[in-house]
Ligand binder design. Sequence first.
Ligand code: CA
Ligand code: ZN
Length: 288
Amino acid sequence: MKISSKDVVYSFSAQHKPAAKVGCGIKVDIETYDCFCNQLRSEKDSFDKLDWDRINPATGPIWVEGAQPGDVLKVTSHKIALSDYGTSIAGQDMGILGSMLSGTQTKIIPIREDGADFGNGRIFPLRKMIGVIGVAPKDSSINTGTPGRHGGNMDNTMVGEGANLYFNVETEGALFALGDVHAVMGDGEIGVSGLEIPATVTVSFELIKHANVEFPMLENEASWSVIASEPSVDQAVQSATETMYRFLKPQLDLTDHEIVILMSLVGNLQICQVVDPLKTVRFVVPKS
Ligand code: CA
Ligand code: ZN
């Protein structure tokens, strides 16, 4: 099954008409525009001419058959197929270092067999990831540039091939959407852009009936993590860490103090992004 990038939304909302209905266990190829809706596909395409109504498109939404409020939706990202080249930008007043720049620059970066070609022999490994991924919230509409408990623009470098994400289903059918694929991005996304690239993402869904996650969770071969977005990094740190504690407690035969010691010794608190309307961090615990 394939869902074309003609079906895009700019918000996560229960009001959107589904682009498709998909059952559990079926692999779906989701075509995505880059986060600029492919408006900057040449170095001559200036950031200043960008149509801001077409930023962060997410393909979908997908109605997952059987999904009911009170369930948890598990999404597995099987494969991320990239287009030939991506776009990155930096500019005045954008991101953490925007005060050090004047004007903007659009940089086109080709994808080679061995990585992303920055020019002058600088080729670095790909770190393919999905920036925007989530479900419709219950009573509100959240634009696709903002992260939250519904997922959204979390810009988490761990959301790559092989990652499983867990979201609370808030509305019938879940209304899942994704977009904003990056060929590579550093943790933090300090300049406001990753290597933004059109892609095709293959996912499948499972439902965990009558379950609950406080924040989106991610599971891969090696680890579990909680992904928390809050108005400040400090608040996100607190939410991610507390949520992981509550996740671990019923599973471990340890005192409360031992859980905190364990988390302090082997848990990794990491930045996802610090440039979106809410800031996102993850608390990662190795399965071992
Ligand atoms: Ca993003
Ligand atoms: Zn992006």
